[in-house]
Design a binder for this molecule. Structure first.
Ligand code: HEM
Length: 529
């Protein structure tokens, strides 16, 4: 029977007749420079790795689809947004999702205590929409300029090449806004059992804009139909001892078995504006919007039903970004969202290449071909769709040829902006402890025990100055919380309580006073007397 398998070739299309031996002069002689087939093979191999993601390097991905309910809670979705992906029912919007850990390298254990990235690409009829979030729904910091410092402190020490608890807590001790996230992270919620049994969220605040040009602030959430399951440190250590990729395996095995994971999509909504009556700033991503005041309004569902054919092509090369929005979904002034939006496409032009959006995994859905006048650059794979006249790679053209602008919506949304350019703190009150304390008290006792044990182990690795300040923070979140960490780690609670407030910060719970700059502009910066 003849062998029907395809013939092995080089990328030049030449058939390969011997893939087992280099060309050498005689059986034991030297190799020669014109050995093209060998050189092509080895030099391509030498370039197989691209830089891993600077954060979220370890991940797994899956394809699936999204179906809108056409409603947001009990109301038509169109009341809030003109985004077709949330309005049109009976449409299966193709999706790609990448789950990840944050600090570890590309092959690091998936049992790490770390937030889990939850990055989603909707390939909608209006072009792509990316929602790049996490499972814990909040973040450590609320100003993007702090991100590189934060990541430096969380990633391995430049000398020891190990993640060091004292470096993590050295950063955290100076940032009370991170205590809420740390309380989640050091509890069992910091190690989700796998990627299927965890929540997701966009974390940052966005806007929904309707066809009247009216905007609402919103947060996006994923609710797993599988439920939520987390691990204690001991359970995670046991899994890690036999498998460092258990979460990828769980995802792939379940999809292969036809047990497709599913999440409901929900939004929280509040009117646009400063919302001064709230005790927290809705643009502060270190806070949750309390669900009793801002219920999760369901608006669709996502099903993951296909694993990638090739990990590198789809998962490694996938590129998500917070700037990738569709009409009807808009940016808020959340300072993290604004800073992130520069960072993602910037790193992807470096990590994957300037034409990363031409790759199938990142390009819009096949029915939504990109037509741009962007040309050339490394790895140009094709010329983006042009008009009839292929000479015209500019716009406008007096000949009325080439590409044209899209029609404007009937009612545009223009955000009013007024202010003095400057550097401001986001928080309107120094209320960085209330939600951390609520979270501590809402945990079940086994979760509190795991949280305290994890923090005690970390505190023992920290110098006294960091220990005292951390106990001061925990105590302000909840007195029992602070006391248990202090007792467990042998830290002097009275000495910790006697610390003064952090320089430049109001005392916990104190309202911030507007500081007036010499030019008359104001910023909430210092404690009210
Ligand atoms: C100012 C703050 C932030 C900056 C500058 C930043 C920057 C980055 C960068 C450079 C990457 C690598 C992207 C790539 O190579 O493709 C990344 C990945 C990621 N970030 Fe952020 N990030 C920030 C905050 C956040 C926050 C608040 C979240 C959670 C809501 C988040 C979630 C993610 C996720 C999920 C990924 C992985 C995306 C993927 O799976 O490819 N980041 N971030």
């Amino acid at each position: 029977m003849s062998d029907q398998r395809p013939i092995l070739t080089t990328r030049q299309g030449h058939p390969v007749r011997d893939n087992q031996s280099m060309r050498t002069v005689g059986e034991r002689g030297p190799a020669t420079l014109e050995n093209y087939q060998f050189i092509e093979k080895i030099t391509h191999f030498d370039r197989e790795r691209i830089p891993e993601r600077v954060v979220h390097a370890r991940g797994a991905g899956a394809h699936g689809y999204f179906e809108a309910y056409g409603t947001i809670g009990d109301e038509p979705a169109s009341k809030y947004t003109r985004a077709r992906v949330l309005n049109e029912t009976g449409v299966k919007t193709p999706m790609f999702v990448r789950f990840s850990t944050v600090a570890g390298a590309k092959e690091s254990p998936e049992t790490a205590r770390d937030p889990r990235g939850f990055a989603v690409k909707f390939k909608t009829v209006d072009g792509n929409w990316d929602l790049v979030g996490n499972n814990l729904k909040i973040f450590f910091i609320r100003d993007a300029i702090k991100f590189p410092d934060m990541i430096h402190a969380f990633k391995p020490d430049p000398v020891t090449n190990r993640q060091e608890a004292w470096r993590f807590f050295d950063f955290v001790a100076a940032h009370p806004e991170s205590i809420h996230m740390v309380t989640w992270l050091k509890s069992p919620w910091g190690i989700p059992a796998n990627y299927r049994e965890m929540e997701g969220s966009g974390v940052n605040t966005y806007k929904l804009v309707n066809d009247q040009g009216v905007a609402h602030l919103c947060k996006f959430h994923w609710i797993p139909k599988q439920g939520v399951r987390n691990l204690t440190s001991a359970q995670a250590a046991e899994i890690q001892g036999r498998d460092v990729g258990h979460a990828t395996k769980d995802l792939y095995d379940n999809i292969a078995a036809g047990n497709f994971p599913e999440w409901e999509f929900a939004v929280q909504i509040m009117p646009d504006g400063p919302n001064d009556h709230l005790s927290f700033d809705p643009l502060d991503d270190t806070k949750r919007w309390p669900e009793d005041q801002f219920p999760l309004l369901k608006c669709g569902r996502m099903v993951l039903d296909r694993v990638p054919d090739n990990f590198f092509a789809d998962v490694e090369q996938s590129a998500f970004g917070t700037g990738v929005l569709v009409d009807g979904i808009d940016f808020s002034d959340d300072k993290m969202l604004q800073g992130r939006t520069l960072s993602y496409s910037d790193t992807q032009r470096y990590r994957v290449g300037p034409n990363y959006l031409q790759l199938p995994i990142n390009a819009p859905a096949p029915g939504v071909k990109a037509h741009t006048n962007q040309r050339d650059g490394q790895m140009t794979f094709y010329v983006d769709g042009t008009g009839e006249n292929k000479h015209i790679n500019y716009e406008p053209s007096t000949l009325a040829q080439g590409l044209r602008e899209a029609d404007k919506p009937a009612k545009e949304y223009h955000q009013p902006v007024e202010g003095k350019l400057g550097r401001y703190q986001t928080s309107r009150t120094e209320d960085d402890y209330a939600q951390a304390g609520e979270r501590y008290r809402s945990f079940e006792e086994w979760e509190r025990e795991d949280l305290i044990a994890n923090l005690v182990a970390d505190m023992k690795e920290c110098p006294e100055a960091i220990q005292l300040r951390m106990v001061w923070h925990f105590w302000h979140a909840d007195e029992e919380y602070g006391r248990r960490v202090a007792e467990g780690a042998g830290i002097d609670l009275e000495k910790a309580k006697a610390l003064p407030p952090l320089p430049g910060r109001a005392a916990p719970g104190q309202r911030l006073k507007a500081e007036t700059y010499t030019d008359g502009s104001q910023a909430h910066k210092v404690a009210a007397e």
